[in-house]
Design a protein. Sequence first.
Length: 351
Amino acid sequence: MSNKAIVPTKTPIITRPNQVVTISRYILEHAESHSDEGGDLSGLLCDIALTGKMIAQEVRKAGLVDILGQTGTINVQGEEVQKLDDYANECFIKNFDHSGRVCVMASEEEEGPIPIPEKFKCGDYVLLFDPLDGSSNIDANVSIGSIFSIYKRISEGNESGTIQDLLRKGSEQVAAGYVLYGSSTMLVYTTGNGQVDGFTLDPSVGEFLLSHAGIKIPDKGKIYSCNEGYRNLLFDGSRRFLDYLQEEDKSTGRPYSARYVGSMVADVHRTLLYGGIFMYPGTSKAPGGKLRLLYEANPMGMLIEQAGGLASTGTESILELKPTELHQRVPLYMGSKQDVELAIEFETGVR
Ligand code: P6P
């Protein structure tokens, strides 16, 4: 069995061999491609990189907290120890509320909109985030991630933004991405124009360096990613799709391999690089699915589609859904175009 990684032919791993390109330099060099009036979007993306580094620092230590003699909420250094997802949530809020670049935020960890404190200036952008997705996996040292989604405000004036600024279609995003805290820390983002780029944190210098420029997802993959523990709760179309993927047929590359981390950022990152499909369909227990539309499905869907893939509920485009609530859930299939189109055929009864 070859232990050679399945490296997609369409994704240039390093486009500028022997050149060190930091994320801040890359963002500034590409400011014109995302029509960044005044540089605020570039500044926001640089602040995302800083936030990712701060969270990575704590995630890396998480396994040690207990060994260091965690005593309730105060550790041996006398520092207050927060739950990691609380820490990550506060990192996002505190790094952006005084930036002067956002007018309102929303977080998976907060019930309602996060207004900008009156003492700070409001900006033209809207930021939604899942500060630490998959945090229940941290004790098992499984990869987890932060996900972010950015819009231009639509409300008038210079005051704090409104709920209408937040309840937006994914197709209106001006930027989206994630930070993956895995065997290495990676930041992957897009500002549209079919460009998706990946940066790997070099801890020795504390910089995200360009490592995956111009990521393109293969048109068809060989991997499906689904929690099959719910197989008996799936509806007919999605169950028949799984059956199809598991049948043997060399001409269509079946059976597919199954890979499921249980951490969306890790599963989507692998799908983006290797191809295939990540799916969390509705079930008889949760017909609307589990994953959140605004700060999980939309940003991940933008990345996948900008890389040449597809993101669907099984019957509709994820990015065209008009949200009605901040934390609404959505059933989802995302990944290689041909694989998602196949899933849609099963979900809509064509097959
Ligand atoms: P299940 C993690 O809890 C999460 O929100 C996503 O990161 C992940 O894709 C999903 O839930 C896993 O859910 O039901 O398979 O444990």
